[in-house]
Design a protein. Sequence first.
Length: 266
Amino acid sequence: MGLARSTLVDLKNGLPPRQLADRVHARGIVFVHVPKCAGTSVENALRRHYRLSRYMIDPETSFSASRLYGEQEQHARLGQASELRRHLLHYALATGYKCITGHAPLGPHTIRAAADSHDFITVLRDPIERFHSHLRFNQTEQSGHGRIEMPVEAFLKTPRAKVMGNLYGKYFSGLPMSADFSGDEAIALSKQQLEQFQVVGFLDQLAGFSEKVSDLMGKTFQPGHDNRTNSNAPQTKDSLSMHCEEIKNLCRADIEIYTWAKAKFG
């Protein structure tokens, strides 16, 4: 598997692939997939609609590619992999793919540069619920790039936990991966970028999100229920409750962004 799984169909004796895709899909769509926000279900549904021209940015392979930057600890490599996925998003837009999905953070000018050709959509989730789900998922990964093996008490004090608590700042602010995604700048920039999205949905309102995307695409869009987190993970939601204040503090900036977005788009 490469850094991205892509399809740009070339039909024998037919139209050139890009011209054919342009005829079928007047505009492209970019789904910014924030981890543990029902994104796999949305991603799979989109790819079924855009069989002619689709590009899915793969997080596992981008993490493997980060080894090419030299041997570094996991947190640094995760940041490099995220920056690489941002570049792949820009590459896919420049190449002309109609459907682009994946864990790819926006750049500061991504939406403005692609406004004439692509619509942007995303799904948000309550940040504390998302943090719990993300942590449980990474604890149960057998060999994945995001696996967490240390006790939760120790993990919550790491730089990676701080980033995990502020994924909205990471994905929407356009700031470099070295930035503080919990700061006022990240919060303000994230809100500015989200205002430029065509559809901002919410995990607890997926029916409304599906309806808006259907209107945007001009056809029925109905995601399933894929990639659910294992509820038998060693740190369940109940066992994390003793750390609720610490987790809430880690998610402070994302809570502000989410509350603002729920009031504006919910």
